[in-house]
Design a protein around this ligand. Structure first.
Ligand code: DHB
Ligand code: FE
Length: 280
C-alpha cells in the first residue's frame, strides 16, 4: 500500500506561516502612544470613509466579521498581510536606498539555512523538477567595489510552486541555502527555476480573492536577503522576464529592476545579478 502524502492546504501553510512568524525576533520597546494614536486613528478613519462611500450594509459587516475570524482561526494573517499590505511598508522602508532594490519578504523565510562557501548547489531532491538555473553575481558597495564575506540567503518555491517547511512532503531545507562571498564578492548558486506561486485557494484569503474575481497568482520568483558588515541589509525577490503574472502580481511586489533576463545554455538557464549595498 502506498502512503498518500498530505495535500498542501491553506490551513496548513497558514498554520506554518503563523508559527514561523511567532519565532521571529520582534521589538519589545514600549509603545509610543502619540504615534500609535495617530496611525490607529487614521487607519480607522480610512475604513470609516470606505463604509460611507460604499454604503456598507449590516449583512456585509457580518460577512467581514466572519471572514476576519476565519483568517485568524486558519492562521492566514501572515499570508494576507504579506500579499496585500507588505509592499507599501517595503516602499516606505526602502525609499532612500541608492543601491540594490528591495521588495517584500513574504511569509516563507526561515533563518539559518544550510551554509556554503561562495559556490553552492542548493539542497534539492534527487529528482527535483524544473529547469536548472545557474544564478550568480557580485555583492559590492555603491561604488562597485566587491564585498568579501557578504551573506547571500536564497529561498524559493519548487517547480510546483511549494515551499519547504510550509507545504507537506518536502525535505526540510529544500531550495534554501546561504552562501558567503569570496574576496571577489562573487556568489554562485546552482538551483532550479521555481514555478509561479498560487495563494492557497481553499482558505479565507482564497475566498476573498474568488469573491472579488481577482486571480490568486504571484509570478515565479527567487527570494533573497543580502547582508554584509557595515551595510544596510536588503530583502528582495527576482522575477523572470516574460513569465506569467510578472505584469500582474497579486502581491504587487514586482519592480522593473528585479526582472531577470536569463540566457539558455546547454544545461538550463543562466543569469547574473549584482547587489550594490547601501551603507548601514
Ligand atoms: C506570499 C507568498 C509568497 O511566496 C510571497 O513571496 C509573498 C507572499 C503569501 O502567500 O502571502
Ligand atoms: Fe514567495
Amino acid at each position: 500500500m502506498t502512503v498518500t502524502e498530505d495535500k498542501a492546504t491553506a490551513a496548513g501553510s497558514g498554520r506554518n506561516a503563523t508559527a514561523s512568524f511567532a519565532r521571529k525576533q520582534r521589538t519589545t520597546e514600549p509603545a509610543d502612544h502619540a504615534r500609535v494614536s495617530a496611525i490607529a486613528t487614521d487607519a480607522l478613519a480610512a475604513l470609516h470613509e470606505v463604509i460611507r462611500r460604499h454604503q456598507v450594509t449590516y449583512t456585509e459587516y457580518d460577512a467581514l466579521k466572519a471572514w476576519l475570524i476565519d483568517v485568524g482561526e486558519t492562521g492566514e494573517w501572515p499570508l494576507f498581510l504579506d500579499v496585500f499590505i507588505e509592499h507599501v511598508v517595503e516602499e516606505v522602508a526602502n525609499a532612500d536606498r541608492q543601491g540594490a532594490v528591495g521588495t517584500i519578504e513574504g511569509p516563507y523565510y526561515i533563518p539559518d539555512a544550510p551554509e556554503f562557501p561562495s559556490e553552492a548547489t542548493v539542497p534539492m531532491r534527487g529528482d527535483e523538477k524544473g529547469t536548472p538555473l545557474l544564478f550568480q553575481g557580485t555583492v559590492t558597495d555603491l561604488d562597485g567595489a566587491p564585498i568579501e564575506n557578504a551573506l547571500v540567503e536564497l529561498w524559493h518555491a519548487d517547480d510546483a510552486g511549494f515551499y519547504s517547511q510550509f507545504a507537506p512532503g518536502i525535505p526540510e531545507w529544500n531550495l534554501r541555502a546561504q552562501i558567503r562571498t569570496g574576496t571577489d564578492g562573487r556568489y554562485t548558486f546552482h538551483t532550479i527555476q521555481p514555478a509561479p506561486y498560487q495563494i492557497p485557494t481553499d482558505g479565507a484569503c482564497g475566498r476573498l480573492i474568488a469573491a472579488a474575481g481577482w486571480h490568486p497568482w504571484r509570478p515565479a520568483h527567487l527570494h533573497l536577503k543580502v547582508s554584509a558588515a557595515g551595510k544596510a541589509p536588503i530583502t528582495t525577490q527576482l522575477y523572470f522576464a516574460g513569465g506569467e503574472y510578472v505584469e500582474d502580481d497579486v502581491a504587487q511586489a514586482v519592480k522593473p529592476e528585479l526582472i531577470l533576463h536569463p540566457t539558455a545554455t546547454a544545461s538550463g538557464n543562466e543569469v547574473t545579478y549584482a547587489f550594490p549595498l547601501d551603507p548601514a
